[in-house]
Design a protein around this ligand. Structure first.
Ligand SMILES: C[S@@+](CC[C@H](N)C(=O)[O-])C[C@H]1O[C@@H](n2cnc3c(N)ncnc32)[C@H](O)[C@@H]1O
Length: 371
């Protein structure tokens, strides 16, 4: 295979020397597809981080590959890499029947969360061809037996292959009949708030403890008694912060935005479940890039602190920079983070004066005023 993997870029995702746009699992999945002898229209790809699998197969002459990526950043990286390499004979889909209808081979980069894998395995068994082969791959150090068990819930045969180049493929065949209703989304009732979650959404239908601490502070600081005209829940997950704010302040305009399609679908369903779908706009976007500069009064943020599997604070910094850009001067950023991360200096540098509003043994909540 002479595909120029090294020309692929992660951009607009975080780029760094130790972060690549392809890995050995991509190569194993591509080799497997090429050896199958199937046409591109019979192959679907799920979790193609920056497009390495789709583009290598398209470059090899397999036209009509269908691809699903969860992250807005991955979708943009694939589009940009495709343009750069002059490749276009593939199509992008949500995780739905249009992605999988008639597919006989599904290539999957294993997701981290088991719930996300469960939703994907169900979708493949539900919508792909009856004789579909699901080939799921990952880095050996991140793979667990529990993943095989999840695949076993939808496929009678699940066989792990020999590890190669520190990656391993697991082949699932003989899809079993699926229940009438898909297992996701799931719903959980909290104090005055309903959360709805697809498999890939942060914390599932639960209210994360950090989120809970931030909500408690918002209730107590008076931030909530002076409702802001325009509020953004940046990295909204299931939309817990946006929904709580909108329920408490019917007069505010609330935007919930996340780079994960699973999060966005969850947040939309959360707004419907709480009867506020007409008052909260949910956007699939990277770091609020479609929100105008200096147009927002308040940003609510529970930032991520893992990037893929490598601990990296770049993902949080990216959201701090986004908050700085979209807030108007004098606008407020409320952030909750693991106290061990000590983000206060960075928030002060990127946003403006930052005060600590709460500190529990585990979490810190700050308010930063945009300079
Ligand atoms: C710790 S979770 C918080 C979710 C939700 N706000 C809550 O409190 O339950 C962080 C969220 O940020 C999202 N995220 C990470 N990087 C992002 C980016 N560049 N743009 C938009 N969302 C991002 C993740 O997908 C995830 O849903």
């Amino acid at each position: 295979m002479d595909f120029p993997f090294s020309r692929l870029r992660r951009w607009p995702d975080v780029e760094a020397d130790n972060l690549q746009a392809h890995d050995a699992t991509d190569l194993l999945l591509v080799e497997r597809a090429l050896a199958s002898g199937l046409g591109g229209s019979e192959i679907a790809v799920i979790g193609d981080d920056y497009g390495a699998i789709t583009l290598a197969l398209t470059d090899a002459g397999l036209d009509g590959i269908r691809v699903h990526q969860d992250l807005a950043t991955g979708r943009r990286a694939l589009a940009r890499n495709a343009e750069e390499l002059g490749l276009s004979a593939f199509s992008a889909h949500e995780l739905d029947a249009t992605l999988l209808d008639g597919a006989r081979l599904v290539l999957l980069q294993l997701p981290k969360a088991l719930a996300e894998l469960e939703e994907i395995a169900d979708a493949v068994a539900r919508w792909a061809a009856p004789d579909v082969v699901l080939v799921a791959g990952g880095r050996v150090k991140h793979m667990t037996i529990a993943q095989n068990d999840v695949l076993g819930g939808r496929f009678a045969q699940v066989q792990a292959q020999r590890a190669e180049r520190k990656s391993r493929l697991v082949v699932a065949t003989e899809a079993v009949p699926v229940p009438a209703e898909p297992p996701f989304p799931v719903t959980e009732q909290h104090d005055g708030l309903v959360l709805v979650a697809h498999g890939g959404a942060f914390a599932g239908p639960r209210l994360d403890i950090g989120t809970r601490v931030l909500l408690g502070v918002l209730d107590g600081t008076g931030a909530s008694s002076r409702p802001a005209p325009t509020v953004v829940d940046l990295g909204c997950g299931t939309g817990a912060l946006a929904a709580s704010y909108a329920l408490a302040h019917p007069e505010s305009r609330v935007i919930a935005t996340d780079r994960s399609a699973a999060a966005v679908a969850s947040a939309r369903a959360t707004m419907v479940a709480n009867g506020i779908a007409d008052r909260v706009v949910v956007m699939h976007d990277d770091a609020g890039s479609e929100i105008a500069d200096a147009s927002v009064d308040t940003v609510l943020l529970n930032p991520p602190f893992h990037l893929g599997s490598s601990v990296h604070t770049g993902a949080a910094t990216r959201l701090f920079e986004a908050a700085a850009r979209i807030l108007r001067p004098g606008g407020e950023l409320f952030t909750v983070y693991n106290s061990s991360l000590g983000y206060r200096a960075e928030l002060t540098r990127l946003i403006g004066v930052t005060e600590q509003l709460e500190r529990t043994p585990k979490f810190t909540v700050t308010r930063s005023i945009r300079r």
